[in-house]
Design a protein. Structure first.
Length: 166
């Protein structure tokens, strides 16, 4: 006897086979999309790392510029000397301190005589000598007032005198 055929069971098996094939196709598509997303994610992570490194470099560069500016201000104010720059920039306090230069406390400057020849003299002594002459001429003046008058009358001398203290 031939085996009875159940069309419902055959139909169900056929639908199951189609569903299985469809699911395999969808799984393959999903796997491809997932791989593409992983590649994109890896690329974004690499780009982010590069950007972070650039940002760190910019921050370090900005800090160096600020530190140079701070040193230049200190140098201008006479608080540090050029020999200390490198150690200051590297935060090397031992080298910074060892590079301190002793200030020249002898206030000497170069002046020129009326005929253009160079003469070396102590600006402070010159100002005081001229001020003392003024005090002798006008006994009402104090030495400090006389110094002010001398510095007003002789702008070139005043400039050199001010350079000693600024």
């Amino acid at each position: 006897m031939p085996a009875p055929q159940n069309t419902d069971v055959t139909k169900m098996l056929s639908e199951m086979e189609e569903l299985k094939t469809s699911m395999k196709t969808q799984m393959a598509e999903m796997s491809t999309k997932l791989t593409e997303q992983e590649v994109k994610s890896k690329k974004l992570s690499e780009d982010l790392e590069v950007q972070i490194k650039k940002n760190i470099e910019l921050v370090d560069k900005n800090k160096a510029i600020e530190k140079k500016k701070e040193f230049d201000e200190k140098l201008h104010a006479g608080l540090v000397c050029e020999a200390q720059r490198e150690a200051y920039m590297k935060d090397d306090m031992v080298a910074f301190i060892s590079n301190i230069m002793k200030p020249n406390l002898e206030a000497k400057s170069t002046n020129f005589t009326d005929d253009g020849k160079e003469k070396v003299g102590d600006v402070q002594d010159e100002v005081i000598a001229l001020a003392k002459e003024k005090v002798k001429a006008d006994t009402k003046l104090t030495l400090s007032e006389a110094i002010v008058h001398v510095l007003k009358e002789k702008p070139a001398l005043s400039k050199k005198y001010n350079e000693l203290f600024n």
